[in-house]
Design a protein around this ligand. Structure first.
Ligand code: IMP
Length: 431
């Protein structure tokens, strides 16, 4: 199980891509096209928003699980784009129970943010929150519904009814016309039909046969609607427990839970960020790390590595390993800093992630200095290849978190990855 241990954008796509090579199935379990994964294959760059990264391995079962919210326009575009590039999509399966993002969800997301004004969440405006809200209200439209015109029309009518007031300013919006919407979504249903499936049995069968199933999370622990920095969160549960719900398997099936973390911290959108840098160092990390969103292109806020938040992520996810990405980005920073605890608004020190919003919003990282390195580490393939300061940095992280660093990414290419002994167990046979 691969989950984000920070605020998303940790580089999960690359790790999933590498594990998928050896894996027998890849299953995405939550989120929607608010996510974006970039996969580099030689000279080719692939960007995915919905389809699991494993799709680049011909015929590999790649599942969009029931916990994902699907914008069928985005999904069909993604399918068309991959087809044009000659990618074999025969392994793609989409849960019939996945909920669909409807045109009114997009408008509600925009309207909700506009109404909040300065207090906005900074959502990706992809309709994610309103879609999950409808799911919880039992007013959602699921993929199976677009295969039946009568049911679809009834459900859209029922879903629109309580939204009339909020959507009044969009009353005449062409996207909200019942007939157009029904026709469009029936057409999407028609195009997606071959991929629609009852997906949990795919996972059960693979697990029963002792195969490697990779569960691919989106966003990150601190964006979790229950455990993150609410209300500045997404509307799903990116934590590990949610993989079982969003894919339809029991927790006893899971052997490994790896949290992915950058060697520093980033966040897109509003909300607390105790180690945020507002100075030249923040700008330097942003530039060196290319920290601009895959989905919205927004610049990411940057800061030092936050070990208080990571210790919290270890607990809420039950992490068995941590993957550190983008270690190469820190090259040349003379003194690296990491937060091992927080200083609260009244000077009190916090070893643990504060649950209270008023504390968290004003907490600042209490930073420890660690020596940096100047050597180019992009060619390192073993921990021993790293300069002493980089090894010490990783050892400090391990000691603080109490879980092993299982992989370290030292560049964007697939081969720019250090596999430690712990990760060798699932290493792709061909690598
Ligand atoms: P939403 O998921 O579009 O509702 O946005 C809610 C919050 O989650 C905003 O702060 C977004 O910037 C953030 N968010 C959503 N998806 C991602 C992601 O894939 N990476 C980083 N941040 C994300």
């Amino acid at each position: 199980m691969i989950v984000g241990a920070q605020w998303g954008d940790e580089g999960k796509g690359k790790v999933v891509d590498l594990l998928a090579e050896r894996g027998d199935a890849v299953i995405r379990f939550q989120g929607g096209n608010n996510a974006g994964h970039t996969i580099v294959r030689g000279d080719e760059v692939f960007k995915f928003h919905l389809i699991p990264s494993g799709i680049l391995y011909p015929g590999k079962p790649c599942v969009v699980g029931n916990g994902v919210v699907v914008d069928p326009r985005v999904l069909t575009d993604e399918i068309d784009g991959l087809r044009r590039r000659g990618v074999d999509l025969s392994g793609l399966r989409i849960s019939a129970n996945a909920h669909l993002i409807m045109p009114y969800h997009l408008l509600l997301d925009q309207a909700g943010e506009a109404k909040l004004g300065k207090r906005e969440i900074g959502t990706t405006k992809r309709g994610i929150g309103p879609c999950y809200a409808d799911k919880a209200s039992r007013l959602g439209i699921r993929l199976q519904d677009v295969l039946d015109e009568k049911i679809l029309k009834q459900k859209i009518t029922a879903a629109m009814e309580p939204k009339r007031q909020t959507l009044r300013e969009y009353e005449k919006h062409p996207a909200l016309d019942l007939h157009t919407m029904t026709e469009d979504y029936l057409a999407f249903g028609h195009r997606l039909e071959t991929y629609i499936a009852d997906t949990p049995p795919i996972a059960w069968k693979a697990l029963e046969e002792g195969k490697l199933v990779v569960f691919e999370g989106a966003q990150g622990t601190l964006l979790d609607i229950d455990h993150g920095t609410y209300p500045f969160v997404t509307s799903s549960n990116p934590v590990a427990g949610s993989a079982c719900v969003g894919a339809g398997v029991g927790p006893s099936s899971i052997d490994e839970v790896w949290g992915i973390s950058k060697a520093y911290c980033t966040r897109v959108g509003a909300g607390p960020f105790p180690t945020e840098l507002h100075d030249d160092m923040g700008a330097r990390i942003q530039k060196a790390g290319g920290e601009f969103g895959t989905t919205t292109g927004r610049p990411r806020r940057c800061g030092w590595l936050d070990l208080v938040a990571l210790r919290y992520a270890v607990k809420v996810n039950g992490l068995t390993g941590i993957v550190i990405t983008k270690l190469d980005v820190l090259r040349g920073v003379e003194t690296l800093r990491v937060a091992t605890r927080y200083t609260g608004p009244d000077g009190a020190l916090f070893d643990d992630f504060p649950y209270h919003q008023s504390v968290l919003h004003r907490a600042r990282g209490d930073l420890v200095d660690l020596p940096g390195w100047t050597d180019d580490i992009t060619g390192a393939r073993r921990i021993d290849d790293l300069p002493e300061a980089a090894r010490d940095y990783l050892a400090f992280v391990e000691e603080q978190l109490g879980v092993p660093v299982v992989m370290v990414s030292v560049g964007p290419d697939r081969d720019q990855m250090i596999w430690t002994e712990a990760a060798e167990r699932v290493r792709p046979a061909a690598a």
